[in-house]
Design a protein around this ligand. Structure first.
Ligand code: ATP
Length: 256
């Protein structure tokens, strides 16, 4: 199986502060990888590096065996929810169509019937077609997240990156979003940043634990030592609420 993403020895600095240190990571085609780790651990930075938005001090990133700058493979990106301006006066359909702008380099929002049809297909797939003329400021969090995923799908990506797609959503909506991602994973490689430990054991195929360095990469089964090292705090704080399937060798801590 091909490598969708191959990261070789990358270091990233913001000014003089190092945020990623010698990261090596191979993500196979059709993987469903969750990047987990503490706040400020460099997870979003790693996604931006895969998108080619961050200058690497050392190392390189290949997408389907091509260097980032030569890669023709298209990557879809769903940014952190909080970074999206909900007050911008734009409809659901317009947001999805905007996803095509990058590919076609259009200056004005004029789309041909093929593009309109494609946007319609994607909106139906994500069950937001009935909302197509709604202003985005009038959507629920879960609906807006589906719109942002639809926008990312408009470029027909082979790799979909998502930055905390279920943050601040309630449990039912989280499940909906993860089910959508599970379906999409049939067709594309998915890499997401998440703090949602409960979804990890159910949906993802592999995890990467990041805190400036990559502490673990593999199946979503962790032991206390790795979690303690990556989060840098006593493991029973992290273990709270994590299913034991994730904490493979975790033993019940008895409190008197
Ligand atoms: N543009 C920037 N300029 C300077 N420092 C930055 C910039 N972006 C991020 N940082 C810093 O780099 C470190 C890693 O940030 P990053 O957003 O990648 O972490 P994260 O693991 O995604 O965090 P969180 O879980 O809180 O979203 C943090 O200390 C952050 O403050």
């Amino acid at each position: 199986m091909k490598n969708a993403v191959e990261i070789e020895g990358i270091d990233v600095f913001y000014n003089d502060v190092q945020v990623l240190n010698n990261i090596n990571l191979k993500v196979k085609e059709n993987d469903f990888l969750a990047i987990i780790g503490p706040n400020g651990g460099g997870k979003s930075t790693l996604l931006k590096a895969i998108l080619g938005l961050i200058r690497l001090r050392t190392g390189c990133i290949k997408i389907f065996d091509e260097p980032l700058n030569k890669s023709k493979e298209i990557i879809g990106y769903v940014p952190q929810f909080s970074s999206f301006n909900k007050s911008f006066p734009i409809t659901v359909k317009e947001v999805v169509l905007m996803g095509m702008l990058k590919k076609n380099n259009k200056l004005f929002m004029k789309f041909n019937s093929g593009e309109e049809n494609k946007a319609e297909r994607i909106m139906k797939k994500l069950d937001i077609f009935q909302l197509k003329d709604r202003q985005i400021g009038q959507l629920s969090g879960g609906q807006l997240q589906r719109v942002l995923i639809a926008r990312a799908l408009a470029v027909e990506p082979k790799i979909l990156l998502l930055d905390e797609p279920t943050a601040s959503l309630d449990a039912n909506v989280k499940t909906q979003i993860f089910n959508i991602l599970k379906d999409l994973n049939e067709e594309m490689t998915i890499i997401l940043v998440t703090h949602d430990m409960s979804a990890i054991s159910t949906y993802v195929k592999n995890i990467a634990c990041l805190n400036k360095e990559l502490f673990y990469h593999g199946e979503p089964r962790l032991n206390e030592e790795i979690l303690g090292r990556v989060y840098g705090c006593p493991v029973d704080i992290i273990a709270h609420g994590i299913p034991h399937r994730v904490l493979h060798e975790h033993k019940e801590v008895k409190h008197d």
